[in-house]
Design a protein around this ligand. Structure first.
Ligand code: BEZ
Length: 250
């Protein structure tokens, strides 16, 4: 798989991804000594917050760049390069945690199977990802502009409904104890370049069939298409919707 991630840009301009996840850590409620796996740990900021509670945490990510940055950010913590769709663990965990990662994994069932296998019976799964309706305006705007210019305008994100994702969890031995889909209107970090930087960081697949010389113009047109809906109070915003789930391995 291509590693699209620029981990220093991610830390520099997109820290809202992990800063917004405070409530999720409270749901995880890590305890001293617990073995916890952080799936899709990115640059490791939430892994470190879990470690601060005294848990024995491992951060896992499929991106070489993210894992390198996580190791540089937090040299005392344990990080592993592995794919959510195919990983195997030596020793079972008390909890699997994941924030803003699983919407990159279209093979959701493979990931659910691996996460179930990684947990002890009674182990907890606490996760947040983009849910049904996530970035609906950004997607509609980008796709309209790209398709009008003759490009595919396709992305591969996975934003499931509560029903779809919880059914998958139940099929693979989880009991779901909480599931929510809620809006999180999110201010992007740079006032002028916020949307462009978001598209460059996260929307790479949209531009796969766009020649490099045309990308700037496409970005500009997408920005203008999105401005009436997503620019307000001098800032760009993303129309996130989160899917939050807590489950227990039976
Ligand atoms: C999200 O966190 O929902 C998200 C981030 C980047 C691209 C798509 C979705």
């Amino acid at each position: 798989m291509t590693d699209r991630w620029d981990s220093s840009l991610y830390d520099d301009r997109h820290s809202f991804v992990w800063k917004a996840a405070g409530g999720l850590l409270e749901l995880l409620d890590p305890k001293p000594g617990e073995r916890i796996l952080d799936v899709g740990c990115g640059t490791g900021h939430l892994t470190a917050q879990i470690a601060e509670k005294g848990a024995e945490v491992t951060g896992m990510d499929a991106s070489v760049s993210m894992i390198a940055q996580a190791r540089q950010n937090f040299p005392k913590l344990k990080f592993a390069l592995a794919d959510a769709r195919s990983f195997v663990v030596d020793d079972e965990y008390d909890a699997v945690f994941s924030n803003a990662a699983l919407h990159w994994v279209r093979e959701a069932e493979d990931a659910v199977k691996c996460m179930a296998a990684a947990l002890k019976p009674g182990g907890r799964f606490v996760m947040e990802m983009g849910g049904q309706g996530n970035i609906a305006r950004i997607r509609a705007g980008a796709e309209e502009v790209l398709r009008a210019a003759g490009y595919k305008g396709e992305h591969t994100w996975y934003f499931p409904s509560i029903a779809e994702y919880t059914a998958l969890l139940e099929k693979h031995g989880f009991m779901v104890t909480m599931a929510q889909n809620f809006p999180r209107w999110t201010k992007l970090e740079h006032p002028e370049r916020g949307m462009r930087e978001w598209l460059e960081m996260f929307g790479g697949a949209y531009f796969d069939d766009v020649p490099a010389v045309a990308r700037g113009e496409m970005n500009k047109q997408i920005e203008e298409r999105l401005r009436p809906a997503l620019w307000c109070d001098g800032q760009w915003h993303a129309d996130y919707r989160r899917l939050r789930v807590v489950a227990e391995k039976r």
